[in-house]
Design a binder for this molecule. Structure first.
Ligand SMILES: C[S@@+](CC[C@H](N)C(=O)[O-])C[C@H]1O[C@@H](n2cnc3c(N)ncnc32)[C@H](O)[C@@H]1O
Length: 327
């Protein structure tokens, strides 16, 4: 694939070139992996909507309950601290949960702009159309791209104080040391006094966790396989989806819940000019959903330079949204 070169010699990759490079890198590694951020094309977004409705997928229901029942408490520290501010949402998805908080803030007549950030172009297009209908008068400015590229871009648009939402246990897609570095980078991009509201999935009965990634109706399997379908469509690969299976695991000690695609036979797959061999039963790691104990969450805040302000649990204590202040 030809890479775009700028006059000064610097190389700037298009989204497709970056996708290609990361897929080739992951499949050339031992063991093989594919980055989970590429799950979300239009079909992946739709499948994730279905996952959120599954009886087994407790995460969305628990966090939704927090946003519905504790809206006032979620908004209180922000309303006390700032006259004007921006709300940024990293990996906004369909923004169903954040809509409750945004509506409350909008009704409080505070002056703010909502900046949803998402790598899925489809998501940003939908939110720019839908959010002003859901919340009349809401100022919305969508930012399509990777978290920090877009966070940096938001400063070109406004330097007001920020509330950054990072919901849905998206933080769980990082390994624990990566999560720490991610939060340190987030800290670096913020000003003292800015706030972050982060959704963590809490360690619980391993059976409940595993079931959430292994639903009976096979939607999570279809979501996992859709990654191969996307590579076929966008990068010209020839994955045969019937020759891969979905396999989730959960380790209750580390809290790591991982999903794999398992090659059901020895096979060869071509992506553009590259060719990859898969042996029978070879796993390709596609997703991490890290679970946390409360103590581990507090440690993360401290190590990343944030002061814990409040914790909001659902009624089962299965999910927590934590509000931290940038020191
Ligand atoms: C699991 S969904 C969660 C959506 C929403 N936060 C929620 O709680 O319902 C993850 C979202 O994050 C987006 N995403 C994943 N990795 C991203 C990245 N590196 N940069 C920007 N968006 C990303 C995806 O496109 C998707 O919309």
């Amino acid at each position: 694939m030809a890479i775009h070169r700028h006059q000064a010699g610097t190389v700037e990759l298009t989204a497709k070139e970056r996708f290609y490079r990361e897929v080739i890198h992951g499949l050339s590694s031992t063991p093989k992996y594919l980055p989970s951020k590429y799950f979300y094309d239009a079909a992946g977004d739709r499948l994730f909507q279905q996952i959120m409705q599954l009886p087994e997928y407790y995460l969305t229901r628990c966090e939704h309950e927090i946003f519905v029942k504790q809206t006032k408490a979620l908004a209180a520290p922000l309303l006390q601290q700032f006259e004007t501010f921006d709300v940024l949402e990293l990996g906004a998805g369909d923004a169903t949960k954040s809509t409750h908080l945004l509506r409350y803030l909008n009704d409080s007549a505070k002056d703010f702009t909502y900046y949803p950030i998402d790598i899925s172009e489809n998501v940003i297009r939908l939110l720019e159309n839908e959010m002003p209908q859901r919340i009349p008068g809401l100022e919305v400015h969508g930012l399509n791209g990777d978290y920090f590229d877009m966070l940096a871009k938001s400063y070109d648009l406004s330097n007001r104080n920020k509330l950054v939402l990072f919901l849905g246990s998206n933080i769980g897609n990082f390994k624990r040391d990566e999560a720490e570095r991610f939060l340190q980078a987030l800290n670096y991009h913020l000003q003292p006094g800015d706030m972050v509201l982060i959704g963590f999935d809490v360690k619980k009965n391993p059976k409940d966790i595993l079931a959430a990634y292994n639903d009976d109706s096979g939607v999570t399997k279809a979501f996992n396989l859709n990654l191969l379908k996307r590579i076929n469509c966008e990068l010209g690969a020839d994955f045969n989806l019937t020759k891969f299976d979905h396999y989730p695991t959960y380790n209750p000690i580390s809290g790591a819940c991982k999903s794999y695609l398992i090659s059901l036979q020895n096979q060869q797959v071509t992506i553009g000019e590259e060719s990859f061999s898969f042996y029978k039963n070879e796993p390709v790691w596609t997703e991490l959903s890290q679970k946390y104990a409360e103590r581990e969450i507090d440690e993360l805040a401290m190590r990343a330079g944030f002061k814990p302000i409040a914790k909001y649990y659902d009624s089962k204590d299965w999910f927590v949204d934590v509000l931290w202040e940038r020191i």
